[in-house]
Structure formats: C-alpha cells, structure tokens
Design a protein around this ligand. Structure first.
Ligand code: GLY
Length: 356
C-alpha cells in the first residue's frame, strides 16, 4: 500500500469516470421477463409450514400475493406457542410486547409497515391497511396502535403466562446486585438466556408472475423499549420488486438493517444470482461488515471460528419460481426454511454460509 490518497477518478477507473459524465438514461433498462410458474409458490422461515400452505391456497383462489402472505403469517401471529411472533411473543425489558411488521405488494410497488405497535395481535394486517389506506409507509408506537384500534382491530393483551414467566426469570437473572431473585433452587444467570430474534417472513408468487411478501415479529426478546428491528423496514427485513423477485430476513435485525439485506438479495437476483447465491452473497457481506464492528462490539464476532457469532437467514423467491435460502450458522443438511408449490408444503435445507 502506498498510503497515497486515491483520486475519485482513479478509484472508479476510466469506465466509472465515463459513467459519471454520461447522461442519465430517460428510463431504466427493462429487465428481461422471467416466465411465470404454473402454480403459486410461497417460501417462509422454518416456523412457516402452515403459513406457506395457507398462502398458496389463497393465491390459487386469486387472492393477491401480498394478502396471501399476510393471511398465511396470521396463523403464526395468533399462535401462543411461537414466542417470537405476535400473541405469545417475548416482551421488551419492561414486560411489554411490542410488535413490528411490514408488507410489500409487487404489482403496485407499494408497502406498509408498523413498528413498536402494542396490544394488536395481527400487526401484518395493520401494515396492509397502512399500505392500502394511507399515503404513508411506516407508522410507529402509539400512533400505529391507535390507527389499528380506529380500524377495528381488537385491543388485546399479548403477554401469555408462558412469555411472562420467561420474562420474569430473565429479569431475575440480569444481575446479582439488584433486588430480583430467581425461584429458590432455580437460580439462573444471564448466560442461560439466549436472546431470541425469531420472526416469520413469507414471500408469495402467483401464476401471473406477481409477487408480494410480509415479515412480522415480536423482535429481539427483552429489547430496550422502542427498539425497532429490520422486520418493518423496507429493504431490510423484506423487499420485493415485481420484475425480479422477493426476499426477506429473520435473525439479528441490526445486521439486516446495516447491510440493507433484503434489498441487496433482490438486486443480486436482478444481476443474475440464483436466489440461494444471492442470500449467501449478502450473508458474506454481513460477515465482512461485522469484522469492522468487532472493535466496539466484540460479542458479535467469533474470533476462534472466524465467523459472526449470531444467526441471520435470508429467503428469496425469483419471479420465475426459483427459490432458495441461506443461513449464517448451522448444520448443513438440516431444514432451515419452508416452501409450498405444486408438490405441497414442506421443509427444506438451505445453504449455510459458515457451517459448523
Ligand atoms: N429480525 C427480527 C428482529 O431483529 O427484530
């Protein structure tokens, strides 16, 4: 390395410099059309087996893909046994369940989202209303909750007895210096609690070649009140371009935000990557970024194994029906996502960026 500053012209090279002076084309280049599949296809995270089945059933009946995805994830939002989404989701550090969700409609290139919404079981449906009934994309906090209640969503306590018990135990484990104690004989430490990111994403393609998607979550367990993850942020926890494909993320939201992950997956597919290649590309990009963060957040990087210390997954569905997924960490060959097509709903194993 010479240490000499590089000029902008030198960095871009002759072609790049020429591009800077070229007039902006009147309209963007038309993407070559992908053929449409014969039947709807839906892809989701591993907790989405019922979701993909429902989404495909609805899309086959003519329901638009974005609504099919939203109705599919509604099953998991209402399930008290999934502690990372909707009703039964783990609360923030004050014991309050705050949900994030977003949806995106390919044909109209429109989106809606809510963040830190409380006391509403189906935030993805509220996101759909934001998309369809307002000129905005994202509503947050009290405004989002009021918007939902104004539109008739029932006011519901989302903290189940199970989630409350987990939260109380987590709180007692935080410090030996505070006044909270674990039940006698069941002392825990902070290390006993893995922070959950959870989440469900679903992308749907119908037989007209139209796309839609949504992502919904209770976010990072025991988060600081007001924390917003990637799920309600367009381009981070989900993205869809009706000319190319749809993508979404689950796992550590901060990494999906800092990489613009779902947008980048779609753009990699536009450039020619298969869905799986696109997901892997973004995970490796995230790993590079984390190495730059480790000086101030060492817990994010596993120095011994030279890889990120957290999990993150991407799911991608191309306009022609090709689908794929990749996860940061895990055992190769084990199921990591769900899909439904003409062969029915099933679990499949995606690629692993840094296999165990
Ligand atoms: N991916 C969900 C979250 O980080 O909130």
């Amino acid at each position: 390395m010479s240490g000499l500053p590089i000029s902008r012209r030198g960095f871009l090279g002759a072609a790049g410099a020429a591009a800077l002076t070229t007039a902006v084309p009147a309209r963007h280049e038309v993407h070559p059309r992908f053929p449409s599949p014969d039947q709807p296809i839906a892809i989701s995270s591993l907790n989405g087996l019922r979701t993909v089945a429902k989404a495909c059933e609805l899309a086959a009946q003519g329901v638009r893909p974005v609504t099919a995805a939203i109705q599919g994830v509604a099953i998991v939002e209402a399930d008290p046994n999934d502690i990372s989404v909707g009703y039964g989701g783990l609360p923030n550090e004050e014991g309050v369940v705050q949900l994030d969700a977003a949806c995106m409609d390919g044909p109209r290139h429109n989106a809606g989202a809510v963040a830190c919404i409380e006391r509403v079981m189906h935030p993805a449906q509220v996101a759909e209303l934001v998309m369809d009934r307002t000129d905005h994309v994202l509503l947050v906090g009290e405004g989002a909750t009021r918007f939902a209640h104004d539109h008739g969503f029932p006011d519901q306590d989302l903290l189940t007895p199970r989630a409350r018990e987990i939260w109380l135990r987590w709180r007692a484990s935080r410090s030996r210096d505070d006044d909270w104690l674990s039940p006698l004989g069941e002392e825990t430490t902070n290390a006993d609690f893995e922070r959950l990111y959870g989440t469900i994403h679903c992308s749907v393609l119908n037989s007209d070649g139209d796309l839609g998607c949504c992502t919904t979550t209770s976010g990072l367990s025991f988060k600081i009140p007001g924390r917003v993850g990637d799920s309600p942020l367009i381009g981070c926890g989900l993205y869809c371009d009706n000319e190319v494909g749809s993508a979404g993320a689950t796992g550590r939201g901060e990494a999906a935000i800092l990489s613009g992950g779902s947008w980048l997956v779609v753009e990699r597919m536009r450039a020619g990557d298969t869905p799986e290649e696109a997901c892997l590309y973004v995970l490796r990009r995230v790993a590079d970024q984390v190495q730059r963060q480790q000086a101030w957040q060492p817990g994010l990087w596993n120095e011994e194994k030279k890889r990120p210390a957290f999990n993150l997954s991407f799911y991608a569905l191309r306009k022609d029906g090709l689908y794929g997924s990749a996860r940061m960490l895990g055992l190769p060959g084990k199921p990591t996502f769900t899909v439904c097509d003409a062969a029915g709903a099933r679990e499949e194993a995606g690629a692993i960026a840094f296999p165990d």
